[in-house]
Design a protein around this ligand. Structure first.
Ligand code: NDP
Length: 327
């Protein structure tokens, strides 16, 4: 067993961090033949809490857990890492607009982007902290020497939510659902696409039949699921968000089965007429060797194109808001 993957996790003392670290250390994301080193970044007031999490990680005696670094310095955290999971972000304060939140997070992701230049040459970055797509854009534009396509933002939780909704409606399990795509921003404008989805290999629209539901409640349920969880639990989703991050990594490091794809927000190359450079969620496949491709040629109805245009416009606006932080 000789492989070692170094993984940085920011916001390590937070809710999502707590749900994520144990699964990374167990070997779930990178497989049974790869040891995992964890580099945990936190702001100074949270370092003590990270020490507690590390005690628990050690108490699990995970055979694959190599070593753990705790730091409040991004340059230390990202030194030599192969993956950076950027979970920590400033939460939205009372009365704060989305634009304010974007600006507040700008300095964090500018600093972290610069420090990512110290990472390993095969670095991949997954941004979870919100507003994830634009935080990823800022980090990508500040990371000298790191190819922009290595920066992703998480829409996998949204995809998983869509799978669960379609399975429940069709009276099947999630294993019977495939080819669901989240297009656009990880925000309430995202477009969960059931037009291309399949249930047991047949079009989801034919199997479910209830087209009004697919064009209304299905979409709003996925878009607003985070708020529904806060209303029910009194806390934001954390275990499912961590699970989305693990799924994202697994999908990127393994070859995607033929005919399948998964959703990830990646830098647009202009596919489907989307503005180049924004971090836009697309259907993607991985070759399992560190490269991914945007799935081409999916058919989109005029109605779907309108939905996609809305989420693209939001991401263009967000890019304008942080234009001074981009190169
Ligand atoms: P969480 O661990 O619950 O959330 C972390 C981030 O993930 C938030 O931006 C959150 O967005 C986002 N997120 C993305 N998708 C989801 C989803 N589906 N459900 C819920 N959250 C989602 O936050 P905590 O406050 O518990 O922890 C954050 C940690 O980050 C703290 O320990 C803090 O000290 C640290 N931090 C670190 C920084 C750094 O490393 N420089 C900077 C700022 C904070 P949303 O707020 O919209 O829910």
């Amino acid at each position: 067993m000789s492989n070692l993957v170094k993984v940085a996790v920011t916001g390590a003392a937070g809710q999502i961090g707590y749900a994520l670290l144990f699964r990374l250390a167990s070997g779930e994301a990178f497989g049974p033949d790869t040891r995992v080193a964890l580099h945990l970044l936190e702001i100074p007031p949270a370092l003590k809490a990270v020490e507690g999490v590390v005690m628990e990680l050690n108490d699990c005696a995970f055979p694959l857990l190599d070593n753990i670094v705790i730091t409040d310095d991004a340059n230390v955290a990202f030194d030599g890492v192969n993956w950076a999971l950027l979970v920590g972000a400033k939460p939205r304060g009372k009365g704060m607009e989305r634009g304010d939140l974007i600006r507040e997070n700008g300095p964090i992701f500018t600093t972290q982007g610069k420090a990512l230049s110290k990472a390993a040459s095969d670095l991949n970055v997954l941004v979870v902290g919100n507003p994830a797509n634009t935080n990823a854009l800022i980090a990508a534009n500040n990371a000298d020497g790191v190819p922009i396509e290595r920066f992703h933002a998480m829409t996998r939780l949204d995809q998983n939510r869509a799978y669960a909704q379609l399975a429940e409606k069709a009276g099947v399990t999630v294993n019977d659902v495939s080819n669901v795509t989240i297009w656009g921003n990880h925000s309430a404008t995202q477009y969960p696409d059931a037009e291309n989805a399949k249930i047991n290999g047949k079009p989801a629209y034919d199997v479910i039949g209830h087209h009004d539901w697919l064009r209304s409640e299905f979409i709003t349920t996925v878009q607003k699921r985070g708020a529904a969880i806060i209303a029910a639990r009194g806390l934001s989703s954390a275990a499912s968000a961590a699970n989305g991050a693990i799924d994202h990594v697994k999908s990127m490091v393994n070859k995607t089965p033929e005919g399948h794809w998964f959703s990830a927000a990646v830098p647009s190359d202009g596919s489907y007429g989307i503005a180049e450079g924004i971090i836009f969620s697309y259907p993607v496949t991985s070759d399992g060797q560190g490269n991914y491709s945007i799935v081409q040629g999916l058919s989109l109805s005029d109605w779907a194109k309108e939905k996609i245009a809305v989420t693209e416009a939001e991401l263009r606006d967000e890019r304008e808001t942080v234009a001074d932080l981009l190169k």
